[in-house]
Design a protein around this ligand. Structure first.
Ligand SMILES: [Zn+2]
Length: 225
């Protein structure tokens, strides 16, 4: 359980959670008597934060089931999983990056086309088919379009690089996740590979039952659905 140390955060005050053992019932299993609590609450008291108390058993079960749930999806359909991860990352997904790529290709081929048109124009001009006035007018027209295309290309290349970085991160996370797919139990290695941090919310009563929300941030990708 020690390996959760440092990963658990209080979302209210931002402090790490402290581990402590509740020995009131010494017969309980270690997992059931080990708890985490907000450091601020533990050290300064209830005027400063709430307990955010969670047992090692509960945190382990919750994290294990969340990893397992994602791992199953990733094993079933890796590409679809990566797309969903990108969607959660608020990166307008791999499709978006395909769109950018295709707009880049279109602009590049349009610029090639304009080069060809310019050559043809020049031939017509030197073969006296075209007046100088017409040549100047058309060639400056082509040039203007090319310049606009180049500015847009630069913008798109930048966007594409950013999207590619997000895709690389999503792929890396998915690879790591799949490596952990057949885990029997959580280990420090698995947590280290997959988890950035876990926010432990203070429990609330909903219709007479205690509910405690955890927000898991995975490495490379953050929160995922
Ligand atoms: Zn706190």
């Amino acid at each position: 359980m020690e390996f959760f140390r440092g990963l658990l955060k209080c979302p209210d005050c931002g402090q790490t959670l402290l581990i402590h053992t509740d020995n009131r019932n010494p017969d309980r299993e270690l997992l059931d008597k080990t708890y985490y609590q907000c450091t601020t609450y533990r050290k300064k008291g209830a005027n400063f934060c709430t307990a955010h108390r969670i047992s090692a058993r509960d945190i382990e079960n919750a994290v294990k089931s969340d990893i397992g749930r994602h791992a199953i999806k990733a094993m079933k359909d890796k590409e679809k999983f990566i797309k969903n991860v990108l969607h959660s990352m608020n990166e307008s997904s791999a499709e978006r990056s395909d769109k950018i790529r295709s707009e880049i290709e279109k602009l590049k081929s349009r610029n090639d086309e304009l080069d060809q048109m310019y050559i043809k124009l020049y031939e017509d001009y030197s073969g006296n088919i075209l007046s100088e006035k017409k040549f100047t007018m058309l060639s400056s027209h082509y040039e203007k379009e090319q310049k606009q295309n180049e500015a847009r290309l630069e913008e798109l290349e930048q966007q594409y690089r950013e999207k590619s970085a997000a895709v690389t991160n999503a792929e890396q996370f998915t690879e790591n996740l799949m490596q952990c797919a057949d885990m029997k139990k959580l280990t420090a290695t698995i947590l280290n590979m997959l988890i950035e941090k876990i926010e432990v919310h203070n429990p609330v009563m909903v219709n007479g039952a205690k509910e405690q929300k955890l927000t898991i941030y995975y490495k490379f990708v953050g929160q995922i659905d």
